[in-house]
Design a protein around this ligand. Structure first.
Ligand SMILES: Cc1cc2nc3c(=O)[nH]c(=O)nc-3n(C[C@H](O)[C@H](O)[C@H](O)COP(=O)(O)O)c2cc1C
Length: 193
């Protein structure tokens, strides 16, 4: 692949000094030679999801259309998110709900990082959501990073060596997935409804 891989990155935290936002920027700095990373800034500008307003029923909302288009156009998606109250932050889940009917995540290589104080339940929940909408994820493109506050700093450095190792593995696995080098049997299966 001669061109750089286009990644759309989404932070589940819209906070200004977000660790997840910093982690996305740290990953962007580690991968400048391979990835072009666009951070989607507008998840908190999307309307509240309502099936009555969904695709085909009324004119598509402009922000929703842009979100859907950018997901479809990207070679891969990188999601970094905290856990809120043992679940997925509502703003992020709302954004993803807008893509269910239009299937923008279907067959899309996805890297999911939950970077939080703890994060286990939010991570499992979001992983299930992404798999049921047919995202391509392997065990190496999903990572849970607990105690994130001590592992990435405001200079955009990943200061914990184990975390850096997991992130490098995730980056390499995502590259292989985009290149089509990942065997189908290593893709994580969708959960049962
Ligand atoms: C409303 C709210 C709920 C939270 N609930 C959890 C939680 O259930 N589990 C957890 O690990 N951290 C929880 N946290 C702490 C976040 O993990 C922590 O603030 C994290 O740094 C947020 O990510 P950010 O720095 O990218 O904004 C919560 C934080 C907020 C603001």
């Amino acid at each position: 692949m001669s061109h750089k891989i286009n990644i759309l990155a989404i932070s589940g935290s819209t906070r200004k000094n977000s660790s997840n936002g910093n982690l996305i920027k740290a990953i962007a700095m580690l991968t400048t030679a391979i990835f072009t990373i666009e951070i989607f800034e507008g998840i908190d500008m999307l309307p509240h999801f309502n099936p009555d307003l969904d695709y085909g029923q009324v004119e598509e909302n402009a922000q929703v259309a842009e979100f859907r288009r950018k997901i479809s156009a990207a070679d891969a998606i990188l999601i970094c998110t905290p856990e809120y109250a043992l679940g997925v932050p509502g703003t992020l889940k709302n954004a993803i709900d807008w893509t269910v009917s239009t299937m923008n995540f279907s067959q899309k290589p996805v890297a999911l990082i939950t970077a939080s104080t703890a994060g286990t339940r939010g991570h499992q929940s979001l992983l299930g959501t992404l798999l049921i909408i047919e995202s391509k994820i392997t065990k190496d493109t999903e990572v849970l990073i607990s105690s994130i506050q001590t592992k990435v700093n405001s200079d955009l450095e990943i200061t914990d060596q184990e975390t850096l190792g997991l992130i490098n593995k995730l980056i390499n696995s995502l590259i292989e997935m985009v290149k089509g080098n990942v065997p189908v049997e290593t893709l994580l299966p969708a959960p049962l409804l």
